[in-house]
Design a binder for this molecule. Structure first.
Ligand SMILES: *Cc1c(COP(=O)(O)O)cnc(C)c1O
Length: 497
């Protein structure tokens, strides 16, 4: 029997709530993020976990956090999520390339790592709603710059008791990302382009959440709004699983001995994926260094070097757009733990970030995180990394993964640390074909995307994934476009309120 885990806001103004309440709420009432009241340890040994398949291991890890879900409920969520939507039995295969191990997190339905969490979040939410006797249909409202929108659509499509509405900037997503979204068929989905950029879409969605009249009208018709944003604890917890899985696969394959330390490099934007790796380490997984890889938006590199977080800088558009971010929301959880669960101090730092655009952590906090190493990769280094690996090993990686690979090699040559290196591989090269092709020296011109896919197939030797093949003759189902000021009307129309 598990002790009951409860969750508190990092800013002290919400909680205790149960896991399922935290999943349903998403963000804490005071604007903070929910954190578990302690970090649990594994209940089974690494040897035992090495004999589990992905779904068994997912239960073993997630049950420690989601303690108010029954065994039956949690297992049903897991089997509903990690099934044949993934194109491999392994769910997350490990590719050994040279001396590195690439943990391929992109074998789900939208070929980016967001699928790892967004394929289970709808199940966790619907179960939470049932547990709490919520008699309303959940309506997810999301703004996206590309990857999250499609992964959320795929996760919630056809899930009874839910509807999802996604807003994307009309000129701010790649052609493939747009096609992926507007071809979503299910009638509980709605996709709208916004006349504006991602910030307009995001602040528009925030306004929808704050709109009291809209909320009341929705409730009267049996709807409750919720968010699939990456700060939801229901997205963080499922991400811990694959780090444990990767380690146990290395053990099972005889690549490492039980207990041997490994290093992990994660291409980082919102700090969710790498925070999950840190939690795995805190739970007892033998990880030595957590290498935080940034693109040219290197706020986190500077933070780990100086203890100063400063977002007052130019936003740079790079070839790894899912990491183009200056406010890494999930870092708030790390700060909270580093401060010894001091919610008042965490709240002060977040206020400083909002008001001044920067904050400084104490020397004591800095000394307490020697396991983190921050570094970044410049655009030409990213392209070189893709080309070098393709030439030498015939392994073609995407731009986000290349940021991580480049930084992991910088770390190794700077420190001489040659422990086995696990690299989180967050997207299929098919998601960013133009950048990948130009990195390996192929001309793309203004070629049709189908031509690019054919070329990529030739040079990578990777079969065109189903997520892409499905787009070839998929009918467009969503053509809606509106000004940010008319988003409320679109929501009302979709819900019939
Ligand atoms: C979202 C995303 C990232 C960044 O992950 P965080 O959890 O936000 O740090 C990296 N790569 C890809 C392909 C992504 O979609």
């Amino acid at each position: 029997m598990n002790k009951n885990m409860v969750y508190y806001s990092t800013r002290g103004g919400d909680g205790p709530v149960t896991a399922s309440e935290a999943v349903l709420k998403g963000l804490a009432a005071d604007g903070g993020l929910f954190v578990p009241s302690w970090i649990p340890c594994f209940e089974s040994s690494i040897e035992e976990m090495s004999r589990m398949d992905y779904r068994e291991l997912a239960y073993e890890v997630m049950k420690l956090y989601l303690t108010d879900y029954t065994e039956e409920e949690l297992k049903a969520c897991i089997t509903g999520a990690y099934d044949e939507k993934f194109d491999t039995e392994d769910i997350v295969p490990l590719a050994k390339v040279g001396k590195d191990y690439f943990l391929e997190l992109f074998h789900g339905s939208t070929i980016a790592f967001k699928d790892m969490a967004l394929s289970i979040l709808p199940h966790l939410m619907v179960t939470a709603a049932k547990k709490q006797g919520l008699d309303k249909e959940i309506v997810i409202l999301t703004a996206t710059s590309g990857d999250t929108g499609k992964a959320a659509l795929a996760g919630f499509a056809g899930v009874p008791g839910t509807k999802i509405m996604v807003f994307y900037p009309e000129d701010g997503v790649s052609e493939i990302q747009k096609l992926q979204m507007v071809t979503q068929k299910e009638s509980n989905t709605c996709v709208m382009s916004i006349k504006g950029n991602f910030d307009d879409a995001q602040s528009g969605v925030k306004k929808l959440f704050a709109n009291e009249l809209l909320r009341r009208d929705a409730e009267a018709k049996g709807y409750q709004f919720s968010s699939a944003n990456s700060i939801n604890i229901g997205r963080l917890v499922p991400q811990i699983v694959y780090y444990v899985y990767a380690y146990t696969r290395l053990v099972a394959a005889g690549e490492i001995e039980v207990g041997q330390e490994v290093n992990v490099t994660v291409p980082t934007g919102n700090f969710g994926n790498i925070l999950a790796a840190w939690l795995a380490k805190e739970m007892g997984l033998p990880i030595k260094k957590l290498i935080c890889a940034s693109n040219e938006n290197k706020v986190l590199t500077d933070f780990f070097r100086s203890g100063n977080y400063d977002r007052r800088r130019n936003f740079i558009l790079t070839s790894s757009p899912s990491m183009d971010i200056l406010i890494s929301s999930n870092l708030e959880r790390l700060l909270y733990w580093l401060s010894g669960s001091d919610a008042a101090q965490t709240a002060r730092m977040m206020d400083l970030l909002t008001m001044m655009g920067s904050y400084q952590i104490t020397d004591e906090m800095r000394r307490s995180i020697p396991e983190f190493y921050g570094e970044f990769a410049a655009e030409e280094e990213v392209a070189k990394t893709i080309k070098a690996c393709a030439d030498k090993y015939g392994y073609v990686m995407d731009t986000h993964t290349a940021v991580a690979a480049c930084v992991s090699h910088k770390y190794q040559s700077e420190t001489g640390d040659d422990l086995p290196m696990l690299i989180a591989s967050t997207a299929s090269p098919y998601k960013f074909p133009a950048s990948v092709l130009s990195a390996v020296g192929e001309s793309c011109g203004d070629g049709d995307w189908k031509v690019l896919m054919g070329k990529l197939c030739q040079i990578s030797g990777i079969a065109i994934p189903k997520a892409v093949a499905d787009l070839y003759d998929a009918p467009v189902c969503h053509t809606g476009n509106c000004a940010p000021a008319h988003m409320e009307q679109s929501v009302r129309k979709f819900l019939g309120i």
